[in-house]
Design a protein around this ligand. Structure first.
Ligand code: PEP
Length: 249
């Protein structure tokens, strides 16, 4: 069975609550699609108003981060249960900005993935190499290490439903997109890695996005690749172009 495409916007630290509601209203007619799952991953403070604003549409809401503990003395953090109760369906885990600026390592990310799944959220698990790693020829080794560590101890039935976003760090917010062949090579290797760790059915079911300067002009070519099941979109998710990416065909 063909995998359903999923296009998710990662708003990063943009949009106040009132700006967020305005953007949802502007995008409403543009992101209608019967074939593609559409997700807005929004800052924590925007979750409640955005969940309200997308009611009755085809859009689902994601968080950009969460903590793995259930509750307690973790000042400033947000739990998976809080997200679920607020109406969130997806959560971005392991974005390169969190790995880099906030020093999130694979041990922590593995705990977050497990907790998200236990709470009923779908992780959008990010992985990706630096330019230096690509030039050293270790991209696939690095990505496999990230995937294996982040999914350690996660059951096949849960992995089948999650989303992995391959985001080369050198392509995020830089305007430098990976070529569709480069993106396909890594997304295909991620699927092979899942096949090795689990089985064929899990590998064929998991959805793998490409992220890194996706825009209205390159989405169709990227999403046409056999192992690319949509995109995680940063900058272009904050403008009307996002509708063109969702309706890339
Ligand atoms: C991202 O933030 O995950 C991302 C891919 O950003 P951009 O599309 O702006 O490169």
């Amino acid at each position: 069975m063909a995998r359903r495409k999923i296009v998710a916007g990662n708003w990063k630290m943009n949009m106040t609550p009132s700006q967020a509601v305005k953007l949802v209203e502007e995008l409403k007619p543009l992101v209608v699609s019967e074939d593609v799952d559409v997700v807005y991953c929004v800052p924590a403070i925007d979750i409640v108003p955005v969940v309200e604003a997308v009611k009755g549409t085809n859009v689902q809401v994601g968080a950009e981060n969460m903590y793995f503990e259930e509750k307690g003395a973790d000042t400033g953090e947000i739990s998976a249960e809080m997200l679920v109760d607020a109406g969130v369906k997806y959560v971005v885990i392991g974005h390169s900005e969190r790995r880099d600026y906030f020093k999130e390592d694979d041990v922590l990310l593995n705990k977050k993935v497990k907790k998200a799944i236990e709470a009923g959220l779908t992780p959008i698990l990010c992985c990706g190499e630096t330019l230096e790693q690509r030039e050293m020829g270790v991209t696939l080794d690095w990505i496999r290490l990230q995937i294996k560590s982040d999914l350690a101890g996660v059951a096949a039935s849960d992995v089948a439903n999650l989303v992995i976003a391959y985001e080369p760090i050198w392509a995020i917010g830089t305007g430098k997109t990976a070529t569709s062949d480069q993106a396909q090579e890594v997304c295909g290797a991620i699927r092979d890695c899942i096949r090795e760790m689990y089985d064929d059915a899990t590998a064929e079911s998991i959805r793998i996005q490409y992220g890194g300067s996706v825009n209205a002009g390159n989405a169709a070519e990227l999403f046409a690749k056999v192992d690319i099941d949509g995109g995680l979109v940063g900058g272009a998710s904050l403008k009307a172009d996002f509708g063109k990416i969702v309706n890339y065909k």
